[in-house]
Design a binder for this molecule. Structure first.
Ligand SMILES: [Zn+2]
Ligand SMILES: [Zn+2]
Length: 341
């Protein structure tokens, strides 16, 4: 099923023509529960990987605030919770019985951190044919994103990008190594999702605009009437509903919200970085209602499980933030950059 973002409540570039030249396309990925294969675009799915190519590992130091767990621990605890959330329960009945509670505690206890290289975990693979406007190095038709699912010195999982020509891949790796250590809470483990890419138009958040324009947008928002309700949208109307889309996406603008943008330049050539890929801790919440796709506006039939409809990948960045991967527009060989917002 396709996913359709409702048209923005107002055409903001018509009201503020200064915004028109700043319009950028973003492709919302709309990850939803699925069983993607190696020949499909996915989040948390298997990667198309040559049998004779080394699987990437992380050798950076890790910040272990709490003991790491295994990938299997995360999968088993999520499966346990999902089954219990979906089971009919009497009023007052506990979610878990004592044996399940003990099992969950055991799965969450963790183990002493390994000291050697940590194999990376697949995060996403994007066939360029599925993502309007996404281009890669000459010959590449596939972008693969992996990461080391632990905290590094920037308090983020360490991402690794692979551009690949899928047509040149012969025998496939069928049993890639799993990470030995995963962050204690399993926040960096994506559940398998099929994608429903959709192109939308974005504008910079107020923090990336000249202050004078940002102030006028704020004042306009305070005076505006929201077409979907009687509650006034307030000064953040532009920021939340008219600038950047929430959720996993490709391209667009960075979702600057809680700190001022810092200059982000490629260390190799000085070019300004551009957003490539955004990982989000959810696709909608109370403040982003107008971005909910039309197809997701009715609650799914039956009970809602541990895996919420607004967040099928179940990845959490910080306290519910986003992680953006930026790339250099000059060369795909230049280093990428990761930022949390
Ligand atoms: Zn690492
Ligand atoms: Zn560069």
């Amino acid at each position: 099923m396709a996913r359709t973002t409702p048209p923005r409540p107002v055409d903001i570039a018509a009201l503020f023509p200064e915004l028109a030249p700043l319009a950028r396309q973003a492709v919302r990925l709309h990850p939803r529960p699925g069983e993607p294969g190696v020949h499909e675009s996915s989040v948390g799915g298997p990667l198309l990987w040559p049998a004779d190519e080394q699987w990437p590992v992380c050798t950076q130091p890790h910040d272990h605030w709490s003991p790491p767990v295994s990938l299997d621990d995360v999968r088993r605890s999520r499966a346990l919770l999902e089954a219990q959330w979906l089971r009919p329960r009497k009023a007052g009945e506990n979610l878990l019985d004592p044996a399940q509670r003990e099992l969950l505690d055991r799965l969450r206890a963790g183990h002493p951190a390994h000291t050697g290289p940590n194999p990376l975990l697949p995060v996403a693979q994007l066939y360029l044919r599925d993502i309007p406007g996404l281009t890669g190095p000459e010959g590449a038709d596939l972008l693969q994103v992996l990461w080391c699912p632990l905290d590094h010195d920037d308090a983020l999982p360490a991402a690794h990008l692979v551009w690949r020509d899928s047509r040149g891949v012969g025998a496939l790796l069928t049993d890639p190594p799993a990470p030995l250590d995963v962050d204690h809470y399993g926040h960096y483990v994506p559940e398998p999702c099929a994608l429903h890419p959709e192109a939308v138009t974005e504008y910079p958040t107020p923090l990336e605009l000249p202050k004078e324009l940002a102030d006028r947008l704020h004042a306009w928002g305070e005076a505006a009437r929201h077409p979907e309700g009687d509650r006034g949208p307030g000064g953040a109307y532009y920021q939340y509903e008219l600038s950047v889309a929430p959720g996993w996406k490709v391209g667009g603008w960075g979702p600057w919200s809680f700190c001022d943008p810092w200059p982000m330049e490629c260390p190799d050539c000085g070019a300004a970085y551009r957003p490539l890929f955004t990982v989000d801790s959810g696709e909608w919440d109370g403040g982003s209602g107008s971005w909910i796709p039309l197809e997701d506006r009715q609650p799914p039939p039956g009970p809602v499980g541990h895996r919420r409809p607004s967040d099928p990948p179940m990845v959490q960045i910080g306290r519910g933030y986003t992680l953006q991967l930026y790339v250099c527009p000059t060369s795909f060989d230049h280093p990428h950059y990761a930022a949390m917002q």
